[in-house]
Write a protein that binds this ligand. Sequence first.
Ligand code: CA
Length: 331
Amino acid sequence: MPRILLAMSLVATLHAQSLPLVIAHRGASGYLPEHTLPAKALAHALGADFLEQDLVLTRDNVPVVLHDIHIDTISDVARRHPDRHRSDGRFYAIDFTLEELKQLRLSERFVAKTGRAVFPHRFPVGSGEFRIVTLEEELTFIQGLNHSTSRTAGVYPELKQPAWHRAQGRDLAAVVLPVLEKFGYGDSSAPCYLQCFEYREVQRIRRDLGWKGRMILLIEADSKGEDGTDYDAVCRPEGLKELARWVNGIGPSLSRVLSWSPAGGVKASPLTSDAHAAGLLVHPYTVRRDELPKGCGSLDALHQALFQEARVDGVFTDFPDLTRAWLQQHR
Ligand code: CA
């Protein structure tokens, strides 16, 4: 069967058989500091279908689970190593060895200048005992939970800023892919979606690095990515058809899928149906109870718009229990 038909039948099968996917964004990050093992354990326990990992490299080339190349808004690095920032004042994971990163205490996300919580109603900033984990540690942890609960949660690793890593002399994908393969995530039947914002990198991973697993191109709200990806072009029907040669789906910003009028009315953009027509899955980001899109009145309205208006195939959510509960109630 031609690849595109195969992909389309896969989409149809997924629609027919199962509810949209609940992807725990950085773990159950609405309740516990992002990308800590407790946040992943909670997301697993709350029934998330997939648990997300964002990945950057340490100075000694170990992939660790962190949302940003910077570590000054989620750890005590500035207090422990006041002199180790770069000229922009930021502290970078890649300037520290794994051993050094392991000494840091992770925190709920805060504003570096003020120390104030980004989300005031979440886990208290600076409270608790949380540590940075490597990709291997996290995969071992999740597979352990899959075993002990007899329920498999998939993984959803993101390669963070490969072009930036390359400018530092590093090849992030070349380090991460063998780890995913070692843990059994290297083929298209494995419960894993590899995600990235950079189109050229996605093509390189498929063509040059021979990655056989599922892949998602993330799509920003902005027209162009830092690496030059032209997201507006990708989102046109012909762009989506070409993209389907490389990936299984897209991970667009919410604003590319839905828009709210000032009066509160919601409209789905053609992106989801165009992507489905090209055989692509659609997993937008991010559902947050405490940061709803402009004009959206409630979490319930957001869930309804995503799943009943746009008809997406899954969603990144900071609150996997609330998204899952909505889907169970409206099945
Ligand atoms: Ca991510």
